[in-house]
Write a protein that binds this ligand. Structure first.
Ligand code: SF4
Ligand code: SF4
Length: 234
């Protein structure tokens, strides 16, 4: 059923029930996200897509469009809230971009550029989680994990459907884990799929480094905003 909502005061038509983040993208309004993957189940973990809906702050990936909704994306207060959430992610982990294999094709880095982040307003935590290096083909730079849970939910053992990744502990002790037996059974294309799915440089493929040289990486020619809107308008 076709309905009408407003985004930043502009009336837009959409199908009832479509996630607001998709409605916005289909109408040329970029809302950043680090956990949402269009076409897959909403995770709602990063909250970077927070917008105001009828006066209440909500994650745009988790709200289905309903007739008459008033959505605010670019109001300064809500834009600053999104920026603060990104700043928190940068201080919770260790993000030394110049030495990171994912630099230039990292969603967190790209969102940092998009929202104009120069420095975090929060103190750095300098977290110290050990790397997970035991698997044959894949390793984890745990201090870069933002706990989006994409890998946990969307990378499954192809035989039995079990989870390969999980999160242990809570709070500042939380860390991403890998089932070594299942990881060693991952075919090469699934390893690469996991590396690509991770929005940061936490999941990395062994024996592959800087395969796409700095200077030829996609965000240097096309911003995340452009990529998101292009993909979503297909
Ligand atoms: S994961 Fe992204 S933000 Fe973190 S160090 Fe690597 S490139 Fe920078
Ligand atoms: S390892 Fe990557 S995909 Fe998995 S939860 Fe952490 S940031 Fe997300």
């Amino acid at each position: 059923m076709s309905i009408e909502i407003t985004i930043d005061g502009q009336a837009v038509a959409c199908e009832a029930g479509t996630p607001l983040i998709d409605v916005a993208a289909d109408n040329g309004v970029y809302i950043p996200s680090l956990c949402y993957v269009r076409g897959k189940r909403c995770l709602g973990t990063c909250r970077i897509c927070s917008v105001r809906v009828d006066g209440n702050v909500m994650a745009a990936c988790s709200v289905p469009a309903c007739e008459g909704m008033q959505v605010e994306v670019s109001a300064p207060q809500i834009a600053d809230l999104r920026k603060a959430l990104v700043e928190i992610l940068f201080v919770e982990g260790n993000h030394n971009c110049p030495s990171c294999e994912k630099s230039g094709r990292c969603d967190l880095q790209a969102v940092g550029y998009e929202i104009g982040m120069m420095v975090s307003r929060f103190p750095y935590r300098f977290s110290k989680h050990p790397r997970e290096v035991r698997a044959k083909n894949i390793w984890l730079e745990r201090d870069r994990c933002i706990f989006c849970q994409r890998c946990v939910e969307f990378v499954r053992d192809r035989e039995g459907g079990q989870k390969i990744f999980s999160i242990s502990q809570r709070g500042d002790r939380a860390q991403i884990e890998l089932d070594i037996g299942l990881a060693d059974a991952m075919p090469p294309d699934q390893v690469r799929e996991a590396v690509e799915l991770c929005p940061v440089g936490c999941i990395l493929e062994k024996g592959v480094g800087y395969d796409n040289p700095i200077g030829q990486r996609r965000y240097e020619t096309r911003t995340l905003r452009q990529r998101t809107l292009e993909v979503k308008q297909k």
